[in-house]
Design a protein around this ligand. Structure first.
Ligand code: GLV
Length: 379
């Protein structure tokens, strides 16, 4: 893993090791992928301000996220199907995050279940919730997350209906993967992947199979989601969820100032500025372009996290400079997971941490608290 020098190295290795359908699932945005591209392009447009001759001997990337110590302002984002990128992928990612001292978020649409992960790690993790029409099932999921001692509930609020990702449809993305003629060569040339997935605990959605019928074999994820996810989800339901969840509630998928204001009134512990990695409303603004107005409106009332295109420590610096308290990233660690399991995720986190550390030195700051607009170059 030491020869992996940047997230792009991990991404290229990942592309060579994991079957196309799962790579496409990870990489895709919705429709024309304008928002997916805007997330990266708008981050890259923000130039950092080179400063010189400060004593930067003693630097620290340490911070707190929702009051808990973290070694850098980063949490691993919830990503569906991680256990199809590498066998037991969620356990590997959670272990790597915990060893690095940052939060891990388990997706509702994970392969390993809440209980599988809780049984394999020794510290609490966060659980991401999707709200299905079957409210009894949703209540049970919340209770399972509480029983597993999850330390925060991340409610995703931007996916009542699914934005179409063309490649998932063309690939016939299914869980477990269907052995079609088209897939055979692809899978046959990915032996390490196949072995890890065959050895993995589960081949289907661990949180859902056995609880909702038809989940053992999902041959069209998009059709299944549109049948189960509740398009009626609204702010009253957030109150209901809050009444069931004893701990910290985080709302993920806020991209609008008005929504942020309502979100704060729910008493949520944090809001995550996010457009779901460009996977939902195509044509929506980039996450980074909406961060400043949201921070300006509600940043003094609640903790703001940033999600959308983070691939480097420099990107984290940009988001923190614009007012985020911490960031989330999904694809960056999935590349590591596919490239090398737990060691790959650990490497992804280490790469980003080192980049942040060096960027701090070269912008003349020594602590996360010092990062503000002054590290941005006037353009
Ligand atoms: C679901 O969360 C997805 O983005 O695929």
């Amino acid at each position: 893993m030491k020869t992996m020098t940047c997230i792009e190295d991990l991404r290229q290795t990942y592309h060579g090791k994991v079957p196309r359908a799962f790579v496409d699932y990870c990489e895709s945005g919705s429709y024309a992928e304008q928002t997916l591209r805007a997330n990266r392009a708008d981050l890259e447009r923000i130039k950092l301000r080179q400063r010189i001759l400060f004593d930067v001997t003693n630097r620290s990337t340490k911070t707190t996220i929702l009051g808990e110590p973290a070694t850098l302002p980063l949490a691993l984002a919830p990503v569906g199907l991680a256990g199809m990128q590498h066998g037991d992928g969620e356990i590997h990612a959670c272990r790597a995050a915990q060893a690095a001292g940052i939060p891990y978020t388990l997706s509702t649409m994970s392969i390993c279940s809440i209980e599988d992960v809780a049984g394999a790690v020794d510290k609490p993790f966060w659980f991401q919730l999707y709200v299905m029409k079957d409210r009894g099932f949703v209540r049970a999921l919340i209770e399972r997350a509480a029983a597993a001692k999850c330390s925060a509930l991340v409610l995703t609020v931007d996916l009542q209906v699914l934005g179409q990702r063309h490649r998932d449809i063309k690939n016939g993305l299914s869980v477990p993967p269907e052995i079609r003629i088209k897939n055979i060569v692809d899978i046959a040339t990915k032996p390490a992947w196949a072995l890890s997935v065959v050895r993995g605990k589960r081949k289907t959605f661990g949180n859902i199979a056995g609880h909702i019928r038809g989940m053992e074999n999902v041959n069209s994820l998009s059709v299944w989601i549109s049948g189960q996810f509740d398009p009626a989800l609204n702010w009253k339901d957030v109150e209901w969820i809050k009444s069931l969840w004893p701990g910290k509630l985080i709302l993920k998928g806020i991209l609008d100032v008005e929504d942020a204001r309502i979100g704060v009134q729910t008493g949520a512990a944090a809001l995550i500025v996010s457009n779901h990695g460009g996977r939902q409303l195509d044509g929506a603004p980039s996450s980074i372009s909406m961060l400043p107005p949201i921070v300006e409106a509600v940043g003094s009332d609640t903790e703001i996290m940033f999600d959308g295109g983070i691939r480097s420590g420099q990107d984290i610096m940009r988001a923190i400079a614009l007012g985020a308290r911490s960031c989330m990233s999904g694809r960056a660690y999935i590349y590591g997971l596919g490239a090398g399991g737990q060691a790959g995720v650990a490497r992804a986190i280490e790469i980003i941490r080192n980049e942040l550390d060096v960027s701090m030195a070269l912008t003349g700051v020594t602590s996360i608290a010092e990062i503000d607009r002054r590290v941005i170059a006037a353009m």
